[in-house]
Structure formats: structure tokens, C-alpha cells
Design a protein around this ligand. Structure first.
Ligand code: SAM
Length: 314
């Protein structure tokens, strides 16, 4: 559902409960200006079969954030499909949840609905992190999880975050470096090695084949040193580690494969959909053939990583 409000001469559209506060495109990968990878084209492939679940670790982070925010305002910047917004909404705090992708925020709303979480304290906004439509010094806490690496100029987003935070406000960061190593369970060394080999074969062959189409992986700021940047900007940093030891087993066909086939990894953004279908289809078929029946059961056995929180105070 779509309707339009007017403030002075400025029309503001509300589309599916989302305030449309920017006309910026979902995705910018060409041109001379700042570039970024919005997830409109990724949608449900990002979280796959976990997209409507509230994960325990996100509930733990939500409790931490809600203690900081109290009766103030929390900005979940690049909220995506609501992995954090929804458990935070469950805590009852006031939230501005913003993303450049309406589609991701539709999933967020469905996630809330399926978990009986009210979004009455949540203002959903389509916004561009590079020019936040938010007043200076008006926010108590910001999280921008797993997004700086998607922006060609991440420092500009950090400057925006700093600008909107109140004095004494907090920028809360989690460990979210892309492609970081997961913690393997040693007694499954052989199985895990097979998993890593199969994933590597799929990914490497895919990008190798795509060279014929002149397409390569798009990675903007995967090496951006957020911690150093924040240390120069913020007054102090407080760190907290919440230990986790839960073991998990991920079948390749349940997690990696649907995301890969759904073009759900950000570095696949420039692969045209038809070419992706043809190349991924061919690559996956050849790897399936190579591993035979075993393919279905290739599994990674890992231990959930500890939750490391960095709280930068303005
Ligand atoms: C990897 S997802 C992370 C989502 C969520 N924060 C989480 O931790 O699950 C990255 C999100 O950043 C959003 N994004 C990318 N560029 C953006 C921009 N310039 N402004 C706002 N959001 C952006 C994408 O649309 C996507 O939803």
C-alpha cells in the first residue's frame, strides 16, 4: 500500500509502512560518485531459511542495546531484513530502522509478524546511509552491522553516524568483517576440509568461468579498518565479550548453496542474472557430479563465535 504525505512543498511517500526518504537508487556500482551495494536484488537470499527467525545471539545484542538506549532512540542503520531490529523492537525501545532496500524491510516486517513482535515503536525508512535524513545530535545509539564494506566511501557513513549521535551517544559495532574465518570443531577436521574444498571449488570455478563474460567480483571496502577509524573519531571505546560455545552443523546445500545460487553474496552484484543462472547452474552440476551422492551431506561443523561488542562513545 502506498500513500503520500506533504510537508510544505515536499511530498513524502509511505510505501508498505516504509517512509521513502530518499530517491537514491537501490544500487550504485558505476559513475564518479560514491558507490554502494543495496540488497534489493538479493532480498530473501541473504538470510535464506533463517530469514524469519530471531536468533539467540541477536536477542543478546538487543538486550545490550536496549540498556544503552533506555527511553532514547536507536538507529539500526542498514537494518536489512531485521535480524537486529526485530529483537530490539521486542525489547520495546524506540527505533528508526533504515535501509536503501524496501524489499529487505518487507522481510523485516514479516519477521516481526511471524514472531508476534509489534513494530509500533519502529519507524521504517528507506534512506541512504551516505546522507542520513536525520537531525544532528538526535540519536542515542547507532548500529550499522555488516554494511560499511558495501560502500566505496565508508568514512562518509561513519561521519554521518557521528553527526547524528548525541554527545555521549554510542556507536555499537559487532565483529562483522566479511569472509572472516569460522571456528571449526577439530574432531570434524576431515568433513570440514571437504566442505571448504567444495565451497572453494564452486566459487573459484564460477569466477573463473565469468572471466569469459568480463565480469568480476565486486568488493568495495572489505579491508576498511573500522576500529582504527572509530578510535580517531570517538572519545572512548568500551569492549565486551559474551562467550558462546554452541556447536552447529551447516549442510552446504542448506546454507551456502541457496545463497550462492540466489546471487545472495554482495560480490555477485555485477553478474547479470541470466549469465549467473547459466554459469552457476553449470558449475554446481559439475561439482555435484564430482562428489556424487555425498554432495547432499557435505557439512561444516563449527562453534558459534563469541559476541564481541565495541561501544564507541561520542
Ligand atoms: C549485509 S546486509 C546487513 C543487514 C543487517 N544490518 C544485518 O546485520 O543482518 C547490508 C545491508 O546494507 C544495506 N545498504 C547497502 N548500501 C546502503 C546505503 N547506501 N544506505 C542504506 N543501506 C544500505 C543493504 O540494502 C543491506 O540491507
Amino acid at each position: 500500500m502506498k500513500y503520500i504525505l506533504r510537508i510544505g512543498n515536499k511530498p513524502i511517500t509511505i510505501e508498505n509502512n516504509i517512509l521513502q526518504l530518499t530517491d537514491a537508487p537501490d544500487l550504485v556500482t558505476t559513475g564518479d560518485g560514491d558507490k554502494y551495494i543495496g540488497y534489493e536484488h538479493i532480498g530473501g537470499a541473504y538470510s535464506g531459511n533463517r530469514k524469519y527467525i530471531i536468533e539467540e545471539r541477536n536477542s543478546i545484542v538487543a538486550d545490550y542495546i536496549s540498556d544503552i538506549v533506555g527511553d532514547g532512540v536507536f538507529l539500526d542503520l542498514a537494518c536489512g531484513d531485521g535480524a537486529l531490529t526485530v529483537p530490539c523492537a521486542k525489547c520495546g525501545i524506540r527505533i528508526i530502522a533504515g535501509d536503501i532496500s524496501n524489499g529487505m524491510m518487507m522481510i523485516l516486517q514479516e519477521r516481526a509478524k511471524r514472531n508476534n513482535v509489534s513494530l509500533e515503536n519502529v519507524t521504517l525508512c528507506r534512506m541512504n546511509a551516505l546522507t542520513l535524513p536525520i537531525e544532528d545530535k538526535s540519536i542515542d545509539c547507532v548500529v550499522a552491522n555488516s554494511m560499511l564494506h558495501l560502500i566505496s566511501n565508508p568514512q562518509k557513513v561513519l561521519d554521518e553516524i557521528y553527526r547524528v549521535l548525541k554527545k555521549g551517544g554510542s556507536f555499537v559495532c559487532l565483529s562483522d568483517a566479511p569472509a572472516r574465518k569460522s571456528i571449526a570443531i577439530s574432531e570434524y577436521e576431515k568433513e570440514n576440509a571437504e566442505y571448504s574444498r567444495a565451497v572453494g571449488e564452486i566459487y573459484d570455478t564460477y569466477w573463473e568461468e565469468l572471466k569469459a563474460y568480463d565480469v568480476s567480483a565486486k568488493r568495495y571496502s572489505w579491508k576498511f579498518d573500522r576500529e582504527s577509524a572509530c578510535k580517531t573519531m570517538f572519545r572512548e571505546v568500551e569492549t565486551k565479550v559474551i562467550e558462546r560455545s554452541m556447536q552447529y552443523a551447516d549442510r552446504l546445500v542448506d546454507r551456502f548453496l541457496p545463497r550462492f545460487e540466489g546471487r545472495g553474496f554482495s560480490d555477485q552484484v555485477d553478474v547479470p542474472s541470466e549469465i549467473h543462472k547459466a554459469v552457476s547452474g553449470k558449475v554446481v552440476a559439475s561439482i555435484r557430479e564430482k562428489y556424487g551422492k555425498r554432495f547432499e551431506n557435505i557439512t561444516y561443523h563449527g562453534i558459534e563465535e563469541d559476541i564481541c561488542i565495541y561501544r564507541y562513545k561520542k
